[in-house]
Write a protein that binds this ligand. Sequence first.
Ligand code: GTP
Ligand code: MG
Length: 451
Amino acid sequence: MADKKNLRTPIVCVMGHVDHGKTTLLDKIRGTAIVSGEAGAITQHIGATEVPIDVIINKLGDPRLRDRFIVPGLLFIDTPGHHAFTTLRSRGGALADLAIVVVDINEGFKPQTYESLQILKRFKTPFVVVANKIDRIGGWVSQKDLPFAATFKKQSEDVQARLETKLYEVIGELYNQGFAAERYDRVTNFQKTLGVVPVSAMTGEGIPDVLMVLLGLAQKFLEANLHYSAKGPGVGTVLEVKEEKGLGATLDVILYDGTLKKGDTVVIGSLGKPIQTKVRALLKPRELSEMRYESKFKQVNKVTAAAGVKISAPGLEGALAGSPIRVATEETLDEIAAQVKSEIDEVRIDTGSVGIMIKADTLGSLEALVHEFQKDDVPIRKAEVGDISHRDAIEASTVEDPLYSVVIGFNVKVHPDARDFLQESTVKVFTSDVIYRLVEDYQKYVKEQQE
Ligand code: GTP
Ligand code: MG
């Protein structure tokens, strides 16, 4: 077994449809820790929250569990919608080690629920499904923070039956998506069957159960991925490029391997040559509050994986969201720059031949889109990160075949001059913030054209 001290924290991405309760779920995990006087133990990162194993064990209420887990804790990542997952990429794969898919048990599956499942299936990421908002089931009597079994027992037979009905609708949907699933306490093998945990992120019911299932998955993950370490040169992914008052362009980064220090030379992917710069400051949120709503940072001298951190350095303007960031030394600089460049080039396409054009907000979403269209054997002329520009519009208009005189935009803007041009042209533009919708819309368009 690897040295326990150097095991890195597994990264857990919280996914699901808008408003289904992702943030509330994390707030609850955090909030109960504050109530029980453990707030200091929980570390806030850029776009992430780290919950140490002791806090989790405490919530499970059985100290004997302590020895069963070698995981140092869990790093939860929450960004709106499901975008974090595709942005948080690493070469050839997903960065998140585990995921939680939150679905409102009363609303059922929505576009981004399907999308989350497709992404997880593609990357073979282990995950747990949280059937949230059980407190909204008619007649439900809330039992604050109780484990699911305990609160379920206290409900009337009618209410129990109502929950089971809704739960099996969720399980049925999962089956339709190709997943064998079951209420988590009825699962005997979590490698074969997905666990679905009924939860109220609002009242805390079922939260201990979610943590328990996650720890089980994390343990399995770690056994298979012990090569990740908190030592060695830092490797991470750019979550976001952000303008900060007084700092200029900064990077929100999730570090997933090794250590990153102030003063380190780093290489970052950009549209052109990789950026080489020196870390001027490493910034963390000041206290227990979500980074995204916080404008004041504190400086730290180093961070170790897994962690979220804001990087301030000269020359970050052209950095690409979703691209790698790697620590280099004088000796390794050229080699690492070449590796970063080739990783970016693997995702981008610029053939100049006949085919559609794809524009996306991050390298990860671009990668996912290219994969989906290539799967359908759709030729791609160009695939690039960025808004739809006037130049893109002109380029697309030079393609004569209407099937390919097409621009696909994922989570990007259409520049005003491009919009004017496109209105006058025959170029077909599809924009959406749901990947599979773009694929479906395009398929529909092709069918119409062929009729
Ligand atoms: P986005 O970040 O916009 O994608 O949404 P989200 O998934 O983070 O949802 P969020 O946690 O913001 O919750 C959306 C709304 O649902 C809020 O008004 C929450 O208070 C409410 N909510 C979340 N969980 C529960 C729950 O378990 N029960 C009830 N009754 N309401 C909940
Ligand atoms: Mg949210």
